[in-house]
Design a protein around this ligand. Structure first.
Ligand SMILES: *Cc1c(COP(=O)(O)O)cnc(C)c1O
Length: 494
């Protein structure tokens, strides 16, 4: 399997090279040249998470030795997840909630970031690269911690995380700034997630800086969902949950389903789209936005327009105006038209919008949820169904209800639940009627536990007493400088 750039199909590299590079040199994203078909869905009914992972990933990571790929998978999906099932499905009000938050940092990012470090290590071995890898990551809150957890103390790799100083939840921030590991570096930037993400992309494109890094025997890579090492592992849980439901006789063999995904950077739902193209019986892919509803506007009008203020919502991991992975969808839906993709992507930062004609969006439905609706939904589902969910999941369920009342479609539906409610305790507590006022975050979590009888995860409880190890901040224009300082490669250090 080769990987080609969305902006220039002539650029073609192997899976291990794509995992190391993260982003293509022309600014494009790597996509698999073809999406392989999964012919034997039935066989998956008797496989566990690791076996299905292998069945899918071996079709994409073709330059990995089978045994090494299996080892990566076994090390990733082990008891750092709080359940053997890895991604359980819970039935709530006739839909199936796919809980993707049972990993070490309580958000769905763990599903891919628990394996990425092993894939990267293996890729370094395959390509014979001698340099030390520096992972640069922009985070809207969850990727940062999941990546830090995955890469902490991994020999031969350093990791630098940039998060928007005022754009993440208290718990998310605490998780990151208390991170241990000599090779980790966490920086709050004075700006929003898009600033952080653009800053990282600019650094990847800064030829002079890349040369300086290279001279110092370093090489940049990415843990963001632009890396195919993130994207491919996310296909697995769609096949897995479907097969599990068929095995439990909750779905018939071959029965069509809808999939609902709370969406920010478009990585998770793109993986669901890949699953569909690969043969999973999916009717609609339902893309749920929060009040930053650029995507739902796009699917309705064909115009991607980021000329608006970023709103800080209760679902911060979706507070994004530039959804990177949409670029991949455009490439696929345009039949691989790299020229159109390149010109649209170059237009976006300059003019703030682009319009693409004649794309067929029939696989998708999109809508958004307001802050008010999110709180109401958390409350309603808790009171009626005794199921407690986080604000991102509530965005998804609420959009699904809109879809149902608009279309009257009653097909069975899988809804991706992307975070533990305890990661966003403040919002969740106040939604179900706990007075939060000026109370300390951890006090609120205790009250939430008392009221719901759902235990606060231990790793969140113990955050309270952890020492802050990262006290770094910078302006969005100074990201390069702070990287130079951390790596000791600046002019001053020459
Ligand atoms: C990252 C994240 C999302 C958005 O996923 P994308 O792949 O960026 O679309 C949704 N919910 C939570 C909790 C997240 O951490």
């Amino acid at each position: 399997m080769r990987y080609i750039s969305t902006r220039n199909k002539e650029i073609s590299i192997s899976s291990s090279e794509a995992i190391i590079q993260g982003i293509s040199k022309d600014g494009g994203l790597f996509v698999p040249q073809i999406l392989p078909r999964i012919e034997d869905l039935e066989a998956m009914e008797n496989m566990d998470y690791r076996e299905i992972s292998y069945t899918i990933m071996k079709k994409f990571f073709t330059d990995f030795e089978p045994e090494s790929l299996k080892t990566c998978i076994d090390k990733a999906y082990d008891n750092k997840f709080d359940t053997d099932i890895i991604a359980p499905v819970v039935e709530v009000n006739n839909s199936f909630i796919l809980e993707l938050f049972h990993g070490p940092t309580f958000a769905f990012k763990d599903m891919a970031l628990s394996i990425l470090p092993y894939l990267l290590k293996e890729s370094i071995g395959i390509t014979g690269i001698q340099k030390e890898i520096v992972i640069l990551t922009a985070t809207s809150g969850d990727t940062g911690k999941a990546a830090l957890e995955g890469f902490a103390n991994v020999h031969g790799i350093k990791i630098i995380v940039f998060y928007p100083e005022n754009g993440v939840s208290e718990i998310q921030k605490k998780q990151m700034i208390t991170q241990e590991g000599e090779n980790t570096f966490v920086v709050g930037i004075r700006g929003n997630f898009d600033d952080a993400q653009n800053g990282v992309k600019d650094i990847f494109n800064d030829r002079e800086f890349i040369e300086l890094i290279d001279k110092n025997n370093y090489m940049f890579s990415s843990a963001n969902s632009i890396n195919i090492g993130r994207l491919i592992p996310q296909i697995v849980y769609y096949f897995y949950s479907y097969s599990m439901l068929v095995k439990q006789k909750k779905l018939n063999k071959g029965e069509k389903i809808n999939i609902v995904v709370p969406t920010g950077n478009f990585g998770n739902i793109l993986a669901a789209y890949y699953a569909k193209v690969m043969g999973l019986p999916v009717n609609k892919l339902i893309c749920a936005s929060n009040e930053n509803n650029v995507l739902s506007d796009f699917f309705r009008t064909g115009v991607y327009d980021k000329r608006r203020e970023l709103i800080l919502t209760s679902s911060p991991s979706m507070d994004i105006l530039i959804s990177s992975n949409l670029e991949r969808l455009l490439f696929h839906l345009s039949g691989g038209d790299d020229k159109i993709v390149a010109s649209s992507m170059e237009k976006l930062p300059k003019e703030g919008f682009y319009k693409i004609n004649d794309l067929n969006f029939e696989d998708f439905y999109s809508n958004y949820s307001t802050e008010e609706e999110v709180k109401e939904r958390i409350c309603k589902v808790f009171k009626k169904e005794n199921y407690l969910m986080d604000p991102h999941t509530a965005v998804a369920i609420n959009v699904y209800e809109k879809y149902r009342s608009e279309t009257k479609d009653n097909l069975k539906t899988i809804i991706a639940s992307t975070a533990s409610p305890y990661k966003f305790g403040n919002t969740v507590a106040s939604a179900i009627g706990i007075k939060t006022g000026n109370k300390d975050e951890f006090r609120i979590l205790e009250e939430l536990e008392d009221k719901t009888k759902i235990a606060v995860p231990k790793a969140i409880k113990t955050l309270k007493d952890k020492v802050i190890l990262h006290n770094n901040n910078c302006n969005k224009g100074d990201m390069r400088q702070i990287i130079e300082e951390f790596l000791k490669v600046g002019v001053a250090n020459d």
